[in-house]
Write a protein that binds this ligand. Structure first.
Ligand code: ACM
Length: 524
């Protein structure tokens, strides 16, 4: 068996070199798989790729040899499923280090990698493919790279059985930013658990590690709070346009959190306050601070609602909400919104944010808020999400806070591509696919890179109400934001990216993603 494997790999290696040279000598374009690791269409682009020619043949004899560690083995099973989905091959997983040929090795290492938690390396030779990282998140990120370089088509003529050739070489990779997120507004229109999971699956393929869920707004409250049931009974009963709305039970929310965790992504929950709170106040009118009679709202205006920031009972309510959500939420963050509180007096706003920050901290979480929170007296452990105001972002920097970059003019997924876009808004800008890619989160508006936690692309849902509309706005731009978050500036280039993006069609079609066919891209 061993000898035959050696012979087989030798044949593969020789045959590939032969085929490749044939191809060059005859100058013919034939559909041989690429054997140059450098020219694979990987997004986000890895830090370093070295090609050596030749390839690793994935075939019916390939096994996965994984270190004995639960999280690593979970990642190995994820890889096994994806190999089966793509090739039909079943790759047995074992933890026996003896069997060492024609294998994929999942290795835990303590030295030789950068300190970033998601760093990984892949070493591909004709007889093994070794994926190494310090932890399972690194392995998982490496697996996402691997999925992108396993060809869909096998070669059936080089060996006795079909082989899927993965080009040889080495990939050394790590993310530029630790936070790489998207946001989905499930309040303006509600999206089902299945929709959210589908979105998570595609985002994780491009190495996102966070999905921020905007769980409450004027139009709807979308997460069950057991101590305050009317939030969902009343506040969850409608949405923009008057549709039926909906909400996640705590069990469903946990299901989303666990699904994300199995993709090495966290869910960042947002309860937006003190503004954007009409749905909560209709459910429990003592919360309302705008002095008006209120009713369920299905329009799209902003800035008209506020909690009563000077009532103790309001903070008891908020304490319950944060406690229940924090208990369901492994993420270190709790997002309090804090944007567009136009009818909250400035003093009241500051008083409110300071008090709520303490509540968030008492429940063991770090506060995130939209950039307005930097106008309050917040701690440097809290995080500001830059969406509109450079001044607020500078205040956050001056306070020593970390900042998530989501400038609406560049990173809002709900902005239309152009004036012909079927969905979306354009109050901040039109954002065609190239504009979405061609900016630098690492030095935007003079915010120093040391203050930047990462990048997030928010998708507000005033104009979208189903998954295909969601996907139309999100893709392909979200794929570009993945690269802005992961890949260093020196390694980014629109012309090169555009070619790699064009080659995502196979994956997007297979996942049934209804992406926008931007005319800027020469789709394959
Ligand atoms: C926002 O777009 N209101 C954060």
């Amino acid at each position: 068996m061993k000898i035959s494997l050696v012979v087989k790999h030798l044949i593969v290696l020789l045959s590939i070199s032969f085929l490749v040279s044939c191809q060059t000598n005859n100058n013919r374009i034939i559909n041989f798989p690429a054997t140059d690791l450098q020219s694979e269409h990987i997004i986000p682009k890895p830090l370093k790729i070295h090609s050596v020619g030749g390839g690793f043949a994935l075939d019916e004899f390939t096994k996965i040899n994984c270190v004995e560690d639960k999280a690593f083995l979970d990642a190995a099973h994820f890889l096994q499923n994806k190999i089966e989905d793509k090739t039909g091959l079943i790759t047995p997983i074992n933890t026996n280090r003896e069997d060492a040929e024609g294998i994929i090795v999942i290795n835990k290492i303590s030295k030789g990698l950068n300190t970033k938690p998601e760093a990984y390396q892949i070493q591909i030779t004709s007889d093994s493919l070794i994926l190494s990282a310090k932890n399972a998140s690194g392995i998982f990120m490496g697996i996402q790279t691997l999925r992108q370089i396993i060809p869909r088509l096998s070669i059936d003529t080089l060996a006795n059985t079909p082989i899927w050739v993965i080009p040889s070489g080495k990939i050394i990779d790590e993310p530029q930013f630790e936070y790489r997120g998207a946001m989905l507004d499930v309040s303006r229109h509600f999206f089902s658990v299945e929709d959210v999971k589908k979105f998570i699956g595609v985002l994780s393929y491009y190495k996102y590690n966070a999905l921020h869920l905007h769980l409450s707004d004027d139009q709807g409250w979308r997460i069950e709070i057991k101590s305050w049931p009317k939030l969902t009974e009343v506040g969850g009963s409608t949405e923009v346009g008057g549709g039926p709305g909906g909400f996640y039970t705590q069990e469903q929310y946990s299901d989303i959190v666990n699904y994300a965790a199995s993709h090495h992504m966290m869910i960042v929950p947002e309860i937006d306050m003190p503004g954007h709170t009409n749905a909560a106040s209709v459910s429990y009118p003592f919360l309302n601070g705008n002095g008006k009679e209120i009713e369920l709202y299905t329009g799209t205006h902003v800035g008209f609602s506020t909690f009563d920031t000077r009532k103790d009972s309001v903070y008891q309510f908020i304490d319950d909400v944060i406690r229940e959500i924090a208990a369901l939420s492994p993420s270190p963050y709790f997002h309090i919104g804090g944007d567009e509180s136009h009818v909250t007096k400035k003093d009241d706003y500051i008083y409110f944010v300071n008090k709520v920050e303490k509540l968030v901290q008492q429940h063991g979480k770090q506060m995130i808020g939209w950039d307005e929170i930097a106008t309050a007296d917040v701690d440097n452990t809290s995080v500001a999400q830059f969406w509109r105001s450079k001044d607020n972002a500078q205040s956050a920097k001056d306070k020593g806070m970390k900042i998530i970059m989501s400038p609406a003019k560049k990173a809002y997924l709900d902005m239309q591509y152009d004036s012909l876009s079927k969905h979306g808004l354009h109050w901040a800008a039109y954002i065609p696919t190239d504009v979405a890619y061609n900016w630098s989160p690492e030095n935007y508006e003079e915010i120093p890179i040391e203050n930047i936690l990462g990048i997030e692309a928010p998708l507000w849902s005033e104009t979208i109400s189903n998954i295909s509309e969601l996907e139309y706005l999100a893709f392909p731009r979200a794929i570009g934001y993945a690269e802005l978050g992961w890949t260093t500036q020196e390694n980014r280039d629109w012309k090169n990216y555009k070619k790699r993006l064009a080659n995502q069609v196979e994956y997007l079609d297979e996942m049934n993603v209804h992406y926008y066919k931007s005319p800027l891209i020469d789709w394959k």
